[in-house]
Design a protein around this ligand. Structure first.
Ligand SMILES: [Mn+2]
Length: 391
């Protein structure tokens, strides 16, 4: 008589064994099933014998009255059956033990799940197909102050780590969406990326700061937000330049952040992270020369003469000159002989101290588009209200 296989064995079968069980059900006998599959019958029988042995280890062997399978991670250590005089079962003990052979698999799966959210170097973003080589998009990030904590009842506005990250990302999302397909983009952080430079939660001059989260956590959020911004720019622009100016709040952390991002994009030639530690930074694009600094050391009226002194050749080659500056948290553009100096607003809320001092500036982020010959030709704006609605 042909061997019978219990259909409940499917629960323990792999794909191949399940196919053998299906074929036996269809053709009646293992020999016929093997023939239909083009295999020798010993192959099918050996595979299903193995399946029965494996199921028995798990406590399932109906031919031996073992029908209580063990939970995952356990295996049967044996069963004791009390059989009555008429042959029926009066009682059965199913003894289980931890299946050590599955320990490693379970641990491995757990270890892999730990790494779910972790990515190593930057994934490659495919470059955009068409870009305009005469255009440059500048995305100035005015004083993000990641880590600042404000309470609306005291400061009139709420601000914390989550809000900071959401606003930075939403602003870039909106501005990149409306940006022209310029070949080159400059992500220009104007300083004070971080509210506090260390665990002491003090400014460089020793003033106590209102900080949300531990320093390490703030660093992680800042890095994550900046990586989002760079990757978003890579979708639209062929070449992305990142400059992070150091501010009066983050003299050390700002530079560490630039280093981290340069390592992250080590294998991505489309990203250039500027690692100059200089306070004044210059960038030439055709007839356009721009300078950037946080603004706590050099003052506006001195900036254009300093540019001419620092970069006499670039000064001579260009006709459109701009300074992009942060620090004051409000909008201010002034034209001087030779160029303009522009201070930018921030997306960050004011803290309790600034609220008390009467600071009430608007909050937004800009995108400024330059032409290689004609200088600034258009600009766009993401207002805080739009970003709060979108979030
Ligand atoms: Mn600031």
């Amino acid at each position: 008589m042909a061997r019978q296989y219990d259909p409940r064995l499917r629960e323990f079968a792999d794909v191949r064994e399940a196919a053998f069980l299906d074929a036996i059900e269809k053709h009646g006998k293992p020999t016929l099933a093997a023939k239909a599959l083009g295999l020798h019958h010993s192959v099918v029988i050996r595979a299903l014998d193995n399946l029965e042995k494996r199921a028995a280890k798990m406590g399932f062997s109906p031919r031996h009255d073992m029908t209580r399978a063990c939970p995952p991670g356990f295996r049967s250590r044996g069963t004791s059956t009390l059989v009555k005089g008429d042959g029926t079962i009066a009682m059965q003990w199913v003894k289980t033990e931890v299946d050590k052979s599955q320990d490693e698999a379970i641990l491995r799966e757990f270890a892999e799940s730990l790494a779910d959210g972790v990515k190593a170097l930057a994934p490659i973003t495919p470059p955009p197909e068409h870009t305009l080589s005469d255009l440059l998009c500048v995305y100035p990030q005015g004083d993000p102050h990641v880590g600042l904590h404000s309470w609306w009842a005291e400061a009139g506005e709420d601000f914390d780590l989550k809000i900071a990250e959401r606003l930075m990302c939403a602003a870039i999302d909106r501005l990149v969406a409306i940006a022209p397909a310029a070949e080159t983009a400059l992500l220009l952080n104007l300083g004070d990326m971080f509210h506090a430079d260390n665990q002491k939660n003090e400014s460089q001059s020793g003033h106590k700061l209102d900080v949300d989260g531990r320093w390490a956590k703030v660093q992680q959020v800042g890095l994550r937000a900046m990586l989002h911004c760079v990757r978003r720019l890579l979708e639209k622009h062929k070449r992305v330049i990142l400059r992070i100016n150091r501010g009066n709040h983050d003299g050390h952390s700002a530079y560490a952040l630039a280093l981290m991002i340069s390592c992250y994009f080590h294998d991505e030639p489309r990203v250039e992270v500027d690692l100059s530690p200089a306070v004044a930074w210059y960038f030439q694009f055709g007839k356009v020369l721009m300078g950037s600094t946080h603004g706590d050391t050099i003052k506006g009226p001195d900036m254009l003469p300093i540019m001419a002194a620092d970069e006499p050749e670039k000064w001579g080659e260009t006709t459109h000159r701009y300074w992009y500056v942060g620090h004051v948290h409000h909008q201010d553009i002034k034209e001087y002989r030779g160029g303009t100096v522009e201070y930018f607003r921030t997306l960050a809320a004011r803290d309790a101290w600034h609220a008390g001092q009467g600071y009430r500036a608007g909050r937004d982020m800009r995108l400024i588009v330059h032409h290689r010959i004609h200088g600034e030709i258009e600009r766009h704006r993401a207002d805080i209200g739009m970003l709060q609605e979108a979030a």
